[in-house]
Ligand binder design. Structure first.
Ligand SMILES: Nc1ncnc2c1ncn2[C@@H]1O[C@H](COP(=O)(O)OP(=O)(O)OP(=O)(O)O)[C@@H](O)[C@H]1O
Length: 349
C-alpha cells in the first residue's frame, strides 16, 4: 500500500500561504495529474509531499504512515519518494549509468545489470549507458531522470512537468515509456502538467488547483463532461462560455434555448459549449445561422470561428466549432447553420 493522503495542508513561503487546507488522496498504483494556472501552487504541493517544503498546517501520509504532520517530519530521503524535475536535473559529469546508479543504494552502485534493467524499463537501449547527458536528446535525458528516480524503488513518484520541454513526437514516446515504467514499478504518481490533453490521457484522476484550493478531483471523463465550474471547464479542453438564463431544466443563451444536462438553479448563469458540440452544416438547416470567420487547420480537424447575430439583442456572438476534415473547406464569409449536439452544461453566477 502506497497511497498518498494529503489532509488539510496549508503551505507557502512567507506570510501568504500558497496552498489553503487542501485535501487529496491518490490511491495506490494510480496517477493523478495536477493542473492549474501558473503560480497556483502545483510544484509547492509536490515539494510538500517530497519533504522539501514544510507545511504550515495539515499532514501527509504515504502508505498510511504520516511523513509530515503535527510533531512529525520524516526526512525527504526516508519517504520512499522519487522526484523528477522539469529539466531532468542530471549530473552532467556522470555517464548515463553513473546517473542512474546514483539513485541505487551504495553497495549496488557498481551493479551494471541493475542499471541496464532500469534503462530498459524506461525504454532506453543498453548502448546509451556510457554516454554523458549532453550526448542525449531531451526525451532521452528525461527517461534517464526517471530511471534514476525509479532506482530507489520508490512507492511514490512525483513528476514536475517532465515532458514540457519536448517536441510532440518525443513527448508522446517519453510519456508512453513513463506510463509503462510507472505501471511496471506499481508506483503511485502525481504529475504536474500544463497540458490538458496530457492530463486527460495519462492520468487516472485529474485535480484542478486554483488559488491554492482544489476545485475538482475526478476521473478525466467526469471532470471533462461534468466540470464543477467554468474554470475547471476551461482548464480541461476548449470551452466556449456564454451568458445565459437558466429556467431549471433548460437555458436561454445568445445561441438559442437548450436543454440542460443537469438541472441548474433558475437565474443568471454561464453556459458551456464545447467546440466539438457544434455541428456546422449548410445555411438554413440548423438551430442558428452564422458567418464563418477564421479557419484554423490542424490536419485531423479544424477550429472554425463562427459569428452569430443574436436576433433579440442584435449583439454579435463569436463561438468556435471543431469540425473534422471537411471543415477545412469552409471559407471566411460563408453562411452556414449550426446545430448544438446534446444537452449543455451551465454554471450559476
Ligand atoms: N522558494 C520560493 N520562495 C518564495 N516564493 C516561492 C518559492 N517557490 C515558489 N514561490 C511562489 O509560490 C507560488 C506558487 O509557486 P509554485 O511553483 O508552486 O506554482 P506552480 O503552480 O507550480 O507554477 P508554474 O506552473 O508556473 O510552475 C508562486 O507565487 C511562486 O512565486
Amino acid at each position: 500500500m502506497s497511497d498518498v493522503e494529503v489532509s488539510g495542508v496549508t503551505a507557502g513561503y512567507g506570510r501568504q500561504p500558497v496552498l489553503h487546507e487542501i485535501d487529496l488522496r491518490v490511491p495506490t498504483g494510480t496517477t493523478t495529474a495536477v493542473l492549474g494556472d501558473s503560480g497556483s501552487g502545483k510544484s509547492t504541493l509536490l515539494k510538500v509531499i517530497a519533504g522539501f517544503v514544510a507545511p504550515i498546517g495539515g499532514s501527509v501520509a504515504i502508505g498510511g504512515r504520516t511523513v509530515v504532520g503535527p510533531g512529525v517530519h520524516v526526512a525527504p530521503e526516508r519517504r520512499g519518494v522519487g522526484y523528477v524535475r522539469q529539466d531532468g536535473g542530471l549530473f552532467p559529469h556522470l555517464t548515463v549509468a553513473g546517473n542512474v546508479a546514483f539513485g541505487l543504494p551504495f553497495p549496488r552502485r557498481r551493479h551494471r545489470p541493475k542499471v541496464l534493467e532500469l534503462l530498459d524499463l524506461v525504454g532506453l537501449p543498453a548502448e546509451m549507458a556510457d554516454r554523458t547527458p549532453d550526448q542525449l536528446s531531451g526525451g532521452q535525458q528525461q527517461r534517464v531522470a526517471l530511471a534514476r528516480a525509479l532506482a530507489l524503488e520508490p512507492s511514490v513518484v512525483l513528476l514536475d512537468e517532465p515532458f514540457s520541454a519536448l517536441d510532440t513526437a518525443l513527448r508522446e514516446a517519453t510519456r508512453e515509456a513513463t506510463g509503462k515504467a510507472l505501471r511496471a514499478a506499481r508506483a503511485t504518481a502525481l504529475l504536474v502538467t500544463h497540458d490538458q490533453q496530457e492530463a486527460l490521457s495519462f492520468a487516472d484522476e485529474v485535480a484542478i488547483l486554483r488559488d491554492g484550493r482544489f476545485r475538482q478531483v475526478a476521473a478525466p471523463r467526469v471532470a471533462y463532461e461534468s466540470p464543477a465550474d467554468a474554470h475547471v471547464a476551461g482548464s480541461l479542453g476548449d470551452a466556449v462560455l456564454l451568458p445565459g438564463e437558466s429556467s431549471g431544466r433548460s437555458v436561454n443563451s445568445p445561441l438559442g434555448e437548450f436543454p440542460l444536462a443537469e438541472e441548474v438553479r433558475a437565474g443568471g448563469c454561464q453556459v458551456l459549449f464545447r467546440p466539438e458540440q457544434l455541428a456546422v452544416g449548410p445555411a438554413g438547416a440548423g438551430m442558428f445561422d452564422a458567418e464563418v470567420g477564421r479557419v484554423v487547420y490542424f490536419g485531423h480537424d479544424a477550429l472554425v470561428e463562427l459569428d452569430h447575430l443574436d436576433p433579440r439583442t442584435q449583439i454579435l456572438v463569436r463561438v468556435r466549432a471543431r469540425v473534422l476534415g471537411s471543415g477545412a473547406s469552409l471559407t471566411r464569409g460563408e453562411r452556414v447553420s449550426v446545430r448544438v449536439l446534446g444537452p449543455v452544461r451551465a454554471f450559476p453566477l
